[in-house]
Design a protein around this ligand. Structure first.
Ligand code: PLP
Length: 378
């Protein structure tokens, strides 16, 4: 192999061990992956079943879905997005790769947060771009500041940012996002705003970068709010004069995204009550998990504003988060993501809990941890 080597998703190893347990009938509580344990909205599944019976499922980009996405930006963010700017993708992952490939040249530097979503760093590396990590720890609420962007010398060519963020759930308010975007504008830094967790927030709505700067590349997905991670569907909104070129990248790299998923997604976008019901379940899970972990002595947590993660500092228990997570799955059947996935420098003392599971699974995980942690030693 002559390509750059990239690290795996360590949480994947936890998933493999969890699946092995399930195969032999042992319990497993899957809080390691960032995916809702409830499936797609029932109306989306019913639509998919109908479509399977009548549609040959060729390569398609459904205009109706792009129109619904335009309507979503008008209704939720009060922004007018021309339909030509909306491109359908095989999840936010394909959107990210196409954006990196189209916007940057090999060797360009792209800033991202640490801790942050591992694929930002790894897909930049795979494309021969250079990730530049901005450390945003709990002391600053996991929020990047304009001063940190200013301090990068020379200016990077790009900046990828998510709000709410993975793995911390930290959300930028309108002022914070505006300040970051204006620093980027002043320094000629292209922004990719990953809005995949929009719709999942607790107390306030997430602000889209499109409300502030229509020149931002925005990516989004049906994997989180719409609970359709395995359907592999997302979208991007791009400046109009770049749309044809970025679409060419997408078509050449991936052809079209799943046709079945596109039909189902149209139905999912109308399921407001069902979507909201699950967000409220996550909200209750969030409170219960924060409270339950506190009784177990895990208190160094910045309560997340959105997404469905708690990123906990468990430095009093371990200096090896991977070992901790491997033992949690093997010894008590609880799947957690090790901090080293998100932060190669300090992640050895953090773990991420996903609370996009059922309330019973939260109780089960807390009970198992309560019995296990007092005896845990390395
Ligand atoms: C911040 C972030 N961006 C992008 C993705 C990729 O999502 P997908 O390709 O399923 O849309 C994820 C998945 O967990 C994520 O957490």
């Amino acid at each position: 192999m002559r390509g750059p080597s990239v690290t795996p998703f360590y949480a994947g190893d936890i998933g493999v061990r969890g699946a092995a347990r399930v195969r032999i009938g042992l319990p497993f509580i899957p809080m390691h992956y960032g995916q809702p344990s409830a499936g797609a909205p029932p109306a989306a599944i019913a639509t998919a079943q109908r479509v399977l019976d009548r549609d040959p499922l060729g390569y398609t980009e459904l205009l109706e879905l792009r129109e619904k996405i335009v309507a979503y930006y008008a209704a939720t963010h009060g922004v007018d997005v021309h339909i030509d700017r909306v491109l359908l993708t095989a999840g936010a992952s394909a959107a990210l790769v196409a954006a990196y490939a189209a916007l940057f040249r090999p060797g360009d530097r792209v800033a991202m947060l640490r801790p942050g979503y591992p694929a930002y760093r790894n897909s930049l590396t795979a494309l021969r771009l250079e990730p530049v990590e901005i450390h945003c720890g709990p002391g600053q609420g996991f929020h990047p500041t304009p001063a940190q962007l200013e301090a990068l010398q020379p200016a990077p060519q790009g900046f990828v940012v998510a709000s709410p963020a993975n793995p911390t759930g930290a959300m930028l308010d309108s002022q914070q996002l505006s300040a970051l975007l204006s620093t980027c504008r002043a320094r000629g830094i292209r922004v990719i705003s990953d809005e995949i967790y929009h719709g999942i927030s607790f107390g306030r709505r997430a602000v889209s970068a499109l409300e502030i700067d229509s020149g931002t590349i925005v990516i989004n997905s049906f994997s989180k709010l719409y609970r359709m991670p395995g359907w592999r569907l997302g979208w991007m909104v791009v400046p109009r004069d770049w749309a044809a070129q970025i679409h060419s990248y997408l078509i050449n790299m991936f052809l079209t995204p799943s046709t079945l998923a596109q039909h189902a997604a149209i139905a999912a976008m109308d399921e407001h009550e069902d979507l909201e019901r699950w967000v409220r379940i996550y909200e209750r899970n969030r409170s219960r998990l924060i409270e339950g972990l506190a009784t177990l002595g895990i208190t160094r947590i910045v309560p997340p504003d959105g997404a469905f993660y708690l990123y906990a500092d468990i430095g009093h228990l371990t200096r090896d988060s991977m070992q901790f997570c491997l033992r949690a799955v093997d010894e008590i059947g609880v799947g957690l993501a090790p901090g080293i996935d998100f932060d190669p420098v300090e992640g050895h003392r953090f773990v991420r809990f996903s609370f996009a599971v059922t309330p019973d699974e939260i109780e089960g995980a807390l009970e198992r941890l309560a019995a296990w942690l007092p005896h845990y030693s390395e």
